[in-house]
Design a protein around this ligand. Structure first.
Ligand code: MG
Ligand code: ZN
Length: 217
């Protein structure tokens, strides 16, 4: 019984996600669902990616449990941003995105970056209507994260490994991390970056631009 109810909820979510996708595709907006644990550097990565994607025009949806700090930070760089406060909910769902889309100038955007709530479990299960699922992992979290959160690491199309400037100070093997990822998700590319020094951001931006172009932009 419990399982049946859960399936119905997911069915409704997927329907709304499909409608979001239609609306985004109609407006030629490539959408990235960015997931990560709290503190991995989602907002810093969003800001670096906005710069790297120029001249493409980016809009942002900021998902947070309660604050508007990240949305204010993003708004300062002059891109359209909508804040979703989930009111304690630990993930974004398609309905929340549907509401947010009505408040964004989709016809003036090429890319939508959705910063999901910091959580490596349930955001992986909720489709939002995105073109690409991205995960940000970070060096201080340890190289064994893929083993601890296989659902998330399996669900994503691309993985950004942030904070590589901390590699000299933290016990983290990029090799071990890469092996762990390959073991459960052989298709996901890994981009090591540092939002602090800017290292690796260009390569990530280049790959993303190509991916956006290949989908027909
Ligand atoms: Mg953030
Ligand atoms: Zn949740």
């Amino acid at each position: 019984m419990e399982i049946k109810i859960l399936k119905n909820i997911m069915g409704v979510n997927d329907q709304v996600a499909g409608k979001n996708r239609e609306l985004l595709e109609k407006n030629k907006v490539f959408t990235i669902n960015i997931m990560a644990s709290p503190g991995a550097g989602k907002t810093s990565t969003v800001l670096q990616t906005i710069k790297a994607l120029k001249p493409l025009r980016v809009g942002v949806i900021e998902g947070d449990i309660s604050s508007t700090i990240d949305a204010e930070t993003v708004a300062k760089v002059g891109v359209p941003v909508v804040q979703i406060n989930t009111g304690g909910e630990c993930h974004l769902d398609a309905n929340m995105i549907q509401n947010a889309l009505g408040n964004l100038p989709l016809d003036e955007m090429d890319v939508l970056m959705i910063e999901n709530v910091g959580n490596l479990v349930c955001p992986a299960d909720f489709k939002l209507g995105e073109s690409l699922k991205a995960l940000i992992a970070s060096v201080p979290e340890g190289d064994d994260k893929p083993y601890k959160y296989p659902g998330m690491f399996t669900a994503v199309d691309v993985i950004i490994l942030n904070k590589i400037d901390l590699l000299p100070y933290v016990k983290f093997s990029v090799e071990a991390f890469t092996q762990a990822v390959k073991g459960i998700n052989s298709k996901a590319q890994i981009f090591p970056i540092s939002c602090t020094t800017g290292e690796g951001v260009e390569a990530w931006g280049k790959w993303l631009k190509k991916r956006i172009k290949d989908t027909g932009k």
